[in-house]
Design a protein around this ligand. Structure first.
Ligand code: GSH
Length: 244
């Protein structure tokens, strides 16, 4: 049985949820409230020692990191819709795109999203905050949560986010054009891994992502948004229904 621990609409969670949906794979969904620090509980850290989402569980075995989860799913369930080229060179080229998403995607969205978490850290007492911060395994994430709590996001962070988004969109604008998708006529993990980020870039950086500044990326995003799987994943965060 497949299970997915995820944070609903977070970009990395959408990557894995979209891959599962495109492949038509059923899974047991475990929604974690990241603003409530559920990704740092001792039980979850046993599955994902980095304390981040998503984590895939396949028959009890954990696979971490959204890019690696998607590769694993496509390799293991190869009788379902194939989402990677067969040819090694094309596969390597596809992985350049998925690595671009993995290396720079979050940097493009974090300065716009994370400052909103301050309402959650403000709701904690000083001791509670220290206890929560103390459970975060990655130093980089611990520092980022501490920065949220002290309201430390700056213009410099915003500019860095813009640069990361620009890097991705510039590469995509140059790479698109040989077909409908990033790898030409084959829809692949390249499209799946990038769309959660580019979808948010459209909201955060409309001056960079529009039909005149980036016509090919804009058209690609429109095609992506028409896919039933994208619409289904975007339509729900899979959080359990709240009691009335
Ligand atoms: N490279 C990892 C990054 C995972 C990641 O940073 N996930 C974010 C959500 S997009 C997260 O769990 N954030 C919560 C936190 O850092 O506390 C992946 O792609 O799975």
């Amino acid at each position: 049985m497949l299970e997915l621990y995820h944070g609903g609409h977070t970009t990395c969670s959408r990557k894995a949820r979209l891959c599962l949906r495109e492949k038509g794979l059923d899974y047991k969904s475990h929604f974690l409230n990241l603003r409530g620090f559920e990704q740092h509980t001792p039980a979850y850290l046993k599955l994902n020692p980095n304390g981040v989402v998503p984590t895939l569980i396949d028959d009890g075995e954990a696979v971490v990191d959204s890019m690696l989860i998607n590769e694993y799913l496509d390799e293991k369930f190869d009788q379902h819709t194939r989402l990677r080229p067969n040819n090694p060179l094309d596969k390597a080229r596809m992985r350049v795109w998925t690595k671009l998403a993995s290396d720079h995607g979050l940097a493009g969205v974090v300065p716009r999203i994370w400052p909103t978490f301050k309402a959650n850290t403000d709701a904690l007492s000083r001791n509670e905050l220290q206890e929560k911060l103390g459970r975060i395994p990655l130093a980089e994430r611990q520092e980022r949560w501490a920065k949220v709590a002290r309201g430390g996001f700056s213009d410099e962070d915003s500019n860095a986010g813009r640069k990361a988004a620009s890097l991705i969109m510039t590469r995509m604008e140059a790479g698109l054009g040989q077909g409908q998708w990033l790898m030409g006529e084959q829809y692949t993990l390249a499209d799946i891994d990038l769309v959660p980020f580019v979808d948010r870039f459209a909201e955060f950086y409309p001056d960079m992502l529009n039909a005149s500044a980036a016509p090919k990326v804009t058209a690609w995003l429109a095609r992506m948004r028409e896919r039933p799987a994208v619409q289904a994943v975007w339509a729900t965060d899979e959080a359990p229904a709240k009691a009335a």
